[in-house]
Design a protein around this ligand. Structure first.
Ligand code: 13P
Ligand code: SF4
Length: 334
């Protein structure tokens, strides 16, 4: 986080953060023009605002975005997501320029874990391998043996020998869920997603009473009591597919509510109810990190090709290994 703050301070000193948008311009037209002129690709996560999702060349969950970033031949990768995702794009495709509309778009999970901390934990368990959720920074990836996403975590853990000791970082909720469905006893790092941890079982139970035909679907970053009552647990992309394919008409959705934008497009006849959180003043399940990116910042970032993701080559090469391992082990996952 300190590194990020320094980078933001450097941009601010150069005046980048005070750049203004010319009055009267059409942002969509300008972004489309620059996309062509600069041979740029806009990659967006499902948790971005609807306007950003609509203008993206490619929309996906973290696994799909990593694959798209690896294979693109665009010169400029404009990553509309959070920092660890843009960093993963740079690790996989280092000759491309990767920019992120707001450099402060972080993640509570990534902030909870450092490469140094993971190294210390590893010393206490010398026979363990380290499996890290992709929601971590490059220093943590560099200390890991395999990276996973919520789409492939179960598949990858199942592929490891049953007696293999495993340290799982940084999401304890996802780790606990994977332990339960795979029968493992992985050592868990104590990190959590502030968005998914905030879902309230009591308030969701009330929603289920009010909508008795609705199915509760949840992301595995949510806490155990919510996952225990869910009809279906899956990654962002899995939840989307479930809403499209399942026969039910109503769903209570316990994940970041940006995904509802694409769910509504792909399943317009379904009723989608965002699950309630502990915060009854807001009733929302928005990731404020994801929502730091806006159309205005996307425009500026394409125009000035800043803020750029830069990284140390030694760390990049170390972080690449466990990501490649993930891509190799999860070829069969959509
Ligand atoms: P996905 O792997 O489901 O895209 O999750 C990313 C994320 O940040 C969830 O909070
Ligand atoms: Fe991180 Fe949670 Fe936001 Fe995903 S929703 S980016 S895990 S804070």
């Amino acid at each position: 986080m300190t590194e990020l703050k320094n980078a933001v301070a450097a941009l601010s000193a150069k005046g980048y953060l005070n750049m203004e948008i010319p009055k009267g311009i059409n942002l969509v037209e300008e972004i489309n023009r620059m996309r062509k002129e600069k041979n740029a690709i806009i990659l967006a996560h499902y948790y971005q605002t609807g306007d950003i999702q609509d203008i993206a060349d490619f929309l996906g969950d973290s696994l799909q975005l990593a694959r798209a970033a690896e294979k693109t031949d665009a010169d400029l990768i404009v990553f509309c997501g959070v920092h660890f995702m843009a960093e993963t794009a740079k690790i996989l495709n280092p000759t491309k320029k990767v920019v992120l509309p707001d450099l402060l778009a972080g993640c509570s999970l990534a902030d909870s874990c450092s490469g140094e901390g993971l190294r210390e934990l590893r010393k206490k368990h010398p026979n363990a391998i380290v499996v890290s959720y992709i929601n971590c920074d490059s220093s943590v990836k560099a200390e890991s043996d395999i990276i996973v996403t919520s789409s492939n975590a179960r598949h990858i853990i199942d592929s490891l020998p049953k007696d293999q000791e495993i340290i799982f970082a940084p999401d304890k909720n996802l780790g606990r869920y994977i332990n339960q469905v795979t029968g493992r006893d992985m050592i868990l790092w104590d990190g959590a997603c502030i968005v998914h941890e905030a879902f309230s079982l009591e308030r969701i139970a009330q929603q289920m009473l009010e909508h008795p035909k609705a199915k509760l679907i949840a992301h595995p970053e949510a806490q155990k009591p919510v996952l225990q009552v869910a009809h279906f647990v899956g990654s962002t992309a899995n939840l989307l597919d479930f809403v499209v394919e399942d026969d039910s008409k109503e769903f209570i959705v316990a994940t970041e509510e940006g995904i509802l934008h694409e769910m509504k497009k792909r399943a317009p006849s379904k009723v989608l109810i965002p699950a309630l959180t502990n915060d009854d003043s807001c009733n929302c399940s928005e990731c404020h990190f994801m929502k730091l990116n806006t159309m205005q910042k996307l425009y500026l970032c394409m125009k000035y090709e800043q803020p750029e993701i830069l990284m140390d080559e030694e760390i990049r090469l170390k972080a690449l290994k466990p990501i490649n391992k993930m891509l190799e082990l999860s070829k069969s996952i959509k």
